[in-house]
Design a protein around this ligand. Structure first.
Ligand code: ZN
Length: 392
């Protein structure tokens, strides 16, 4: 008997740009007003079975893609009326949801917020942290002030070979800090990063450095592509139901590489290839940057689990394809450079591109050039990180 969990969904946080046909009914109801949603414990490759009670409008039952529910609130006691977060949905879905690997029990993230999961007000996120943090304690950075420490960020234990060999930079796809805090701390354990750097340079921490955060998981089907080692991954993009940019004649494949019928796309498609099975032009960007490598630049070894061996840092940004002070502020670069330099020094990592890289460099099939996107200034970041390293 599955354990039911109760969430309150902030309907304004639901990503309604993408409505799977078979879920249009439930999502329309959710869009009409706040709904109480019950999820069972069994997810079907990211699809959650949902009972939604929309007040005054009856009970709805159906499957909803987990990403739609990531901003849910885990409720412990009652239903506070003001728990809906302001803001608009992220432009890109950038919640870095890890995917449980059936061959690896330990790869499954926890489904409930860790650390008690107590409901907290987004304006008061001290989460029981110490008022003063004079020294490193179990992976918590003393340079991060107590009010920016969110000790209930989703995390798991690092596995035995969990030495840090990468610092992976991301964008959140939104500039809504409260929404990100909510997603990383109150979602059903789907996504998190160790750190978040804001446009004003403020640094938040969600996961202790000695723990594994869920920011760069690679699905098995994509790992298989990289492990071929023949560069053929350039023919594939990950299928995301919210993404509308696949060409009309593209071919959709399931996890086994079989062609998926249009009617099954929402539930079974995992990868997308061009109609002529050629390489996606998006990947020329990577080839210009790295040279034409057989495996992605940041994919360090076969069956590499980046989450187990990295520190993940999110930049609170929607990203940009060209240099943009709106998307990447000077204050952000300064704070990020100081943080990256400090991490590299403490973990004895060379401050160079590769050791420090983007989510898109680790996993281009699932992030084909938009995380942290092409306008991110890597030279500037590395220069600032080296300054920090020398100053320390
Ligand atoms: Zn990312």
């Amino acid at each position: 008997m599955p354990t039911e969990k109760i969430f309150r969904v902030s309907v304004r946080r639901l990503n309604l740009r993408a409505q799977p046909a078979n879920d249009a009914g439930i999502l329309a109801k959710l869009a009409a007003g706040q709904a109480v949603v019950r999820l069972d414990d069994v997810d079907r490759a990211g699809w959650w079975f949902v009972f939604a009670d929309t007040p005054g409008d009856g009970i709805f039952v159906g499957h909803v893609w987990a990403e739609f529910l990531s901003p849910a609130f885990a409720l412990q006691t009652d239903f506070p009326g003001d728990a809906i977060m302001p803001g608009s949905p992220p432009l890109l879905d950038e919640w870095d949801m890890p995917e449980p690997d059936p061959e690896d029990d330990d790869a499954s993230p926890p489904r409930e917020p860790v650390g008690g999961g107590a409901l907290i007000d987004s304006d008061d996120t001290t989460d029981g942290a110490e008022a003063e943090a004079p020294a490193w304690t179990s992976g918590w950075n003393p340079d991060v002030s107590a009010e920016r420490r969110h000790v209930n960020g989703a995390h798991g234990a690092r596995r035995s070979n969990g030495t840090i060999d990468q610092v992976i930079i991301h964008i959140t796809g939104t500039q809504d800090l409260a929404a990100v805090v909510n997603t990383f701390t109150k979602s059903p354990g789907l996504a998190s990063a160790h750190y978040l750097v804001c446009p004003d340079g403020a640094v938040h921490q969600f996961v202790a450095e000695d723990q594994r955060a869920f920011h760069s998981g690679i699905i098995k089907a994509v790992r298989k592509l990289y492990n071929r080692g023949d560069g053929s991954w350039r023919q594939y993009k990950r299928y995301f139901s919210w993404h509308k940019g696949y060409p009309k004649d593209a071919i959709y494949l399931d996890a086994a590489g079989q062609v998926v019928a249009p009617s099954q796309r929402q539930t079974s498609a995992v990868l997308v290839v061009p109609a002529d099975r050629s390489e996606w032009p998006d990947f020329q960007y990577f080839d210009r940057r790295w040279g034409r490598l057989p495996k992605p630049f940041g994919y360090l070894s076969d069956n590499h689990d980046p989450n187990n061996n990295s520190i993940g840092i999110e930049v609170l940004s929607v990203g940009a394809r060209t240099a943009s002070s709106q998307a990447y502020s000077d204050e952000m670069y300064s704070a990020l450079g100081a943080l990256v330099g400090d991490i590299c020094r403490r973990h004895q990592l060379p401050i160079q591109f590769g050791t420090v890289c983007g989510h898109e460099d680790v996993n281009p099939v699932e992030r084909w050039g938009w995380d942290p996107n092409q306008g991110f200034d890597w030279d500037k970041l590395l220069r600032l990180a080296r300054l920090q390293d020398h100053a320390a």
